[in-house]
Design a protein. Structure first.
Length: 713
């Protein structure tokens, strides 16, 4: 209550003083207004007097000009010198009159310009009058009359009278305006005097009333201030950060419960204590004591912060990672009255930052973080090893330091484009990238870019991998692939040539054996016929084996071009080639609507011909042969199959049947060379698909294969 009374008395005294100063100011204002009105009225009267004098002088000037003309005219007519008296008297006075007018018209550019014109005209008029007088004196009346009759003097005089008339009108207009201004000034002076007196009286009457109202208002304001102080105390006590207030000497005046929890001090024990004895902060790798932000704020009268890796030491020695800031406090007059300090627990955040740092440090790739200006702000140990720089040498440097010279002009543009559209992406897709080591050597690299948004702004974290070994392996693989391709080409060529070259000696053996069999069949003994039969059969099988091997070697030759191929037409041709076998077996072949694919028509024909031929060859004898060619669309391929109701295949032989020269039956049971399914597998794989079988003994067989919808040439 004593504080309220004290504050009330101080403010009331302030308002009384203010009222007295206001009354004194109004009285001075009234006196000043009166004095100003008097001065303005005096100036107006002076201007009026000057305008009147200008008009009078103009009239006098015209009068003198008339005297000049009268004197000249009388002398011309009479020839008597006495008539020149008005002329000689007016002549010097005209110059004096001009000087007076020039003095009166100072500051009026318009009238001064007219005065110059008038003087010029009167000067010319004087010259004309003097010429006439001289002519009358020397040559007589006729010569003077001749000069007068040319009207030159009249023109000058008319123009002079017109100009003087204009000047007089201008002066009279100005005179009228000055008189109006003088009346207005007088009226304003009277009005201001009356208003100032009335206002002074009003202020004096109202001063007591206002003072009473202010005293009541101050009492109410003091009560509100007390309530606001209580509200502020509750708010600061409830805030989620530690809040400490001090007086101007740095002694604690407020200590909220979060500050109590973080320091171990109670509010009662901390209040009145020097803040640097209650709150101890450590910073830096050596854990040196840092200046208290509140005391620094009091000294420097600005906000002071402790941000990076700051430890708060509690009363019991417990260390807490915090961020702290201190700010000076001023009263309504701008006087420094104390400081407030806010600090918060950032232990979890610093743990997360430490985990992030350790993760980056342990990454197998070089990790480099760059800000929006292209400056390096983070480097891990792998980056040091990869580029040959120490960490301190790279921090703050431009990222172009690690870019080869030939790529540097374009690199800032790539960086700017990333920050305009930040999202994770690999850098340099479709082209080779290189990094520059400290020793000037280059290495092929791969970069993954990841945007990171922080309170400091956007950054990009680059994961950089040295792919020198992978490039070397790819080069070796490419060389081996090329060597393998050449080897395969040579092998195919060898198989083709070998198969072709074997034809001739085989014919030389098979031909005579067949002739020998036909000519001497039954003429020799049974043993001889058996030997000849074995020889002919072997030659025939050798011929078929060579033909099949020749076909197998031709699959996948680069000169075979793929083209849009209608599977339905290809199947029709295959069935036509197998028509005799189909008719002999009484086979029935059904189909779905087959697609158009991009393939080698001759190879697709061999595929269908072998699969349908196998279905007829390995048929059951107790039921008619049923064969179905089906198709189903998949995501990126066509699935086709050839299904029969034949003898089936034991699942244990599914992989074996696709190997070359592999047979599951004897040649007496089912003839053939064992190349057919191997040829089918090679054809399908050459077209980017795969082939497999589904079957069981005496359950029929389904050969399934895929053909891609699109094939690359």
């Amino acid at each position: 209550m004593a504080i309220i009374v004290k504050r009330l008395g101080k403010n009331a005294s302030r308002w009384i003083d203010l009222g007295l100063w206001a009354v004194a100011g109004l009285m001075l204002l009234t006196a000043g207004a009166g004095a100003l009105g008097t001065v303005r009225l005096y100036n107006s009267e002076a201007e009026v007097s000057r305008s009147n004098e200008v008009i009078a002088n103009l009239e006098q000037l015209l009068s003198l000009a008339k005297d000049l003309e009268s004197g000249q005219r009388g002398f011309v007519i009479t020839g008597r010198s006495s008539y020149l008296e008005p002329y000689t008297t007016a002549l010097p006075r005209i110059g004096q009159q001009f000087e007076r007018l020039a003095e009166l018209l100072q500051g009026d550019a318009f009238q001064q310009q007219n005065l110059v014109g008038l003087r010029s005209l009167l000067t010319e008029k004087q010259a004309e009058l003097a010429a006439v007088i001289a002519a009358r004196q020397t040559a007589g009346f006729d010569a003077a009359q001749a000069i007068v009759l040319n009207d030159t003097g009249k023109v000058f005089m008319d123009r002079a009278r017109s100009l003087a008339h204009d000047m007089e009108l201008s002066a009279r207009r100005k005179l009228e305006l000055q008189r109006e201004a003088a009346v207005k000034t007088r009226n304003q002076a009277i009005a201001i005097g009356l208003a100032s007196g009335a206002l002074t009286l009003f202020v004096c009457i109202s001063f007591g009333f206002v003072t009473r109202r202010m005293l009541l208002s101050e009492a109410s304001a003091a009560e509100n201030l007390f309530e606001q102080k209580e509200l502020l105390h509750v708010t600061l006590a409830s805030i989620a950060d530690g809040v400490v207030a001090t007086d101007i000497d740095g002694r604690i005046t407020f200590f909220n419960h979060i500050a109590q929890d973080l320091t171990g001090w109670t509010s009662e024990a901390a209040t009145g204590q020097p803040i640097d004895e209650v709150l101890t902060f450590l910073q830096g790798p050596n854990r040196q004591r840092a200046a208290n932000p509140a005391l620094a704020a009091l000294k420097e009268q600005r906000i002071v912060s402790l941000v990076n890796h700051t430890l708060l030491i509690g009363r019991d020695g417990v260390q807490t990672h915090v961020e702290a800031s201190g700010a000076p406090c001023f009263d309504s007059t701008g006087k420094l009255v104390g400081a407030v300090q806010v600090f918060k627990d950032v232990t979890e955040r610093e743990r997360a930052e430490e985990r992030f740092r350790l993760a980056v440090e342990a990454a197998p790739n070089a990790m480099i973080m760059v800000n929006g200006e292209g400056r390096i702000v983070l480097v891990n140990s792998q980056a040091e090893k990869m580029f040959g720089y120490a960490r301190d040498e790279l921090m703050g440097q431009s990222i172009e330091t690690l870019v080869p010279e030939r790529f540097r002009p374009r690199h800032p543009g790539y960086r700017d484009a990333f920050f305009r559209d930040p999202h994770s992406r690999p850098m340099g897709v479709g082209r080779d990238l290189y990094g520059l080591r400290r020793d000037g050597t280059e290495m092929p690299i791969e970069i993954g870019l990841n945007p990171i948004q922080t309170s400091e702004g956007p950054f990009v974290l680059s994961a950089i991998a040295d792919i020198t070994e992978r490039k070397r392996a790819e080069l070796n693989l490419r060389k081996r692939t090329e060597e393998l391709a050449r080897s395969n080409e040579d092998l195919e060529q060898f198989a083709y040539v070998a198969s072709h070259d074997l034809q001739e000696p085989l014919r030389a053996v098979a031909g005579p054996l067949q002739l020998l069999q036909r000519r001497y069949q039954g003429q020799l003994d049974t043993r001889a016929d058996e030997f000849i039969g074995h020889a002919v059969d072997g030659a025939t099988r050798m011929q078929a084996l060579i033909d099949d091997l020749l076909v197998y070697s031709r699959v996948g030759r680069p000169e075979d071009a793929r083209q849009p191929t209608d599977c339905a037409l290809v199947l029709d041709q295959a069935l036509k080639n197998l028509s005799a076998l189909i008719q002999e077996a009484g086979a029935q072949v059904s189909r779905d609507a087959l697609p158009v694919v991009r393939a080698i028509p001759t190879q697709l024909l061999l595929l269908f011909q072998n699969l349908v031929g196998n279905a007829i060859k390995f048929r059951r004898r107790d039921c008619p042969v049923q064969i179905h060619v089906g198709v189903r669309s998949q995501e990126d391929a066509w699935l086709l199959w050839v299904k029969d109701n034949g003898i089936g295949i034991d699942p244990q032989y599914f992989e074996r049947i696709f190997l070359i020269f592999q047979r599951l039956h004897t040649r007496r049971e089912y003839p053939g060379t064992g190349i057919g399914l191997a040829l089918c597998k090679r054809i399908v794989e050459q077209h980017g698909g795969r082939i497999w079988v589904e079957s069981g003994r005496d359950e029929g067989t389904t050969f399934l294969f895929t053909l891609r919808r699109e094939f690359e040439d």
